[in-house]
Design a protein around this ligand. Structure first.
Ligand code: NAP
Length: 284
């Protein structure tokens, strides 16, 4: 019987054991960890993610603020706001909810965030540090995936990990994190030939493709662990990049959708905000 790795439960545990005690310590020193979310335009999905972040932040006892801009806001106005937040010592974390409207350069916006407040881990400085194996703010979904693997006591040393998808926010960083844990990583993408063959000796499969039910049980080796990053609404029902029904008969453990990677991304974001607050308060 496959173990269902509940991101909801793991996130709750991390909240109680790691995040809250740190928040309490910071509050004793007069520091309230504070996250600022920049939201541009009226994207339904973004608004829903922002609500999840606000809910988890409240549970953790940290402050979160949303700064909303209209769809047509000039790029410079958003940049000016980020520069203001960078300078404000009462604000510890900044995230810019993506996607942004076409007239705003994501690169320019991300480059303007102070890396010490970049709790999404998207700035070139923090991506570079991750690549070099230096201490940094690790981007949230990859960090959440690693915490999920830890929660089922997966020692990645010498294991084969196949990552499907090479995005900057999931596939690439998670493959680096797995290599740092001494796994042998195979990276797959849309030009990969014979994907099923690349899965055949995988101990762990991480799927971040963005196609509903893309991977089926018959492609998955018996006893592997599957982390499903995808999230889709198909005919009013949520599903992932993995066909859960057929996969669960093959795997030793699998994340569900919803309730798997999603809650861990939010949890990692809040933990990063607390880490940023700790580091910034030690500097001041
Ligand atoms: P993305 O930027 O669209 O990247 C998708 C990756 O999948 C690309 O590298 C692409 O290859 C690869 N791909 C596409 N079709 C393929 C195929 N037929 N065979 C093999 N590889 C293929 O996606 P993303 O941002 O990483 O997100 C992936 C999914 O995870 C989405 O459903 C997203 O909503 C979800 N997501 C969830 C969370 C969460 O917290 N739960 C967080 C982030 C993302 P190429 O590079 O060759 O184009």
């Amino acid at each position: 019987m496959a173990k269902i790795i509940s991101g909801k439960d793991v996130a709750e545990k991390i909240l109680t054991t790691n995040i809250k005690p740190k928040v309490d310590d910071l509050k004793l020193k007069g520091v309230i960890p504070t996250l600022v979310v920049i939201l541009v335009g009226d994207v339904q999905a973004s608004a829903s993610y922002v609500r999840q972040k606000e809910k988890f932040a409240a549970k953790a006892g940290i402050k979160s603020e949303v700064r909303k801009f209209s769809e047509t806001v000039p790029e410079q106005e958003v940049l000016d706001e980020i520069i203001k937040i960078n300078k404000d010592s009462d604000l510890h974390g900044i995230i810019v909810q993506l996607p942004l409207p076409d007239h705003i350069s994501v690169t320019k916006i991300l480059n303007s965030i102070d890396p010490s407040k970049d709790v999404d881990g998207f700035t070139p400085t923090n991506v570079g540090k991750l690549f070099l194996g230096e201490e940094t703010l690790v981007s949230c979904t990859p960090k959440g995936i690693m915490l999920l693997l830890e929660s089922v006591n997966t020692d990645l040393k010498g294991k084969n990990v196949t990552v499907i998808g090479r995005s900057n926010i999931v596939g690439k960083p998670v493959s680096i994190l797995c290599q740092q844990k001494h796994a042998t990583v195979t990276m797959c993408h849309s030009r990969t030939k014979d994907l099923t063959a690349k899965l055949s000796d995988a101990d762990v499969i991480i799927v971040a493709v963005g196609v509903p039910k893309f991977i089926h049980g018959d492609q998955i080796p018996m006893g592997s662990i599957v982390i499903d990053v995808g999230i889709h609404n198909v005919d009013g029902k949520l599903c992932g990049d993995v066909d859960f029904e057929s996969a669960q008969n093959k795997v030793s453990a699998i994340t569900p959708v919803p309730g798997g990677v999603g809650p861990m991304t939010v949890c990692a974001l809040i933990e990063n905000t607390v880490i940023a607050a700790e580091r910034l308060s030690n500097k001041n």
